[in-house]
Unconditional design. Structure first.
Length: 80
C-alpha cells in the first residue's frame, strides 16, 4: 500500500508539471505567432523544450501548431 501511495503522489506531481509546462509553452507559442517572430533560434529552443512533454496530447497539439508556423519560415528543417 505504501508503494502505491508513492506512485500516486508521483503521478499527481507529473500531471501538475505537465499542466504548468502547457501553460508556459502555450504563452510562448502565442507570443511567437502573434508577433510573427522569425527568430529561428528561439523557435527551435521552444520546440526542443516541448519535446520532453509531447507524450501529452495537449502538448503534442501545441507542438504541431508551432511546427506549422515554423514551416512557413523554414520548410527545409520542419516536417509536418
Amino acid at each position: 500500500m505504501i508503494k502505491n501511495n508513492k506512485f500516486n503522489k508521483l503521478a499527481t506531481r507529473i500531471r501538475e508539471i505537465i499542466a504548468q509546462a502547457i501553460k508556459i509553452y502555450s504563452h510562448e507559442v502565442e507570443v511567437i505567432i502573434v508577433s510573427r517572430s522569425t527568430d529561428e533560434n528561439r523557435i527551435q529552443n521552444i520546440l526542443d523544450g516541448m519535446l520532453d512533454f509531447c507524450y501529452d496530447e495537449n502538448m503534442l497539439e501545441l507542438y504541431k501548431k508551432l511546427c506549422r508556423y515554423y514551416y512557413k519560415i523554414n520548410p527545409s528543417v520542419t516536417v509536418i
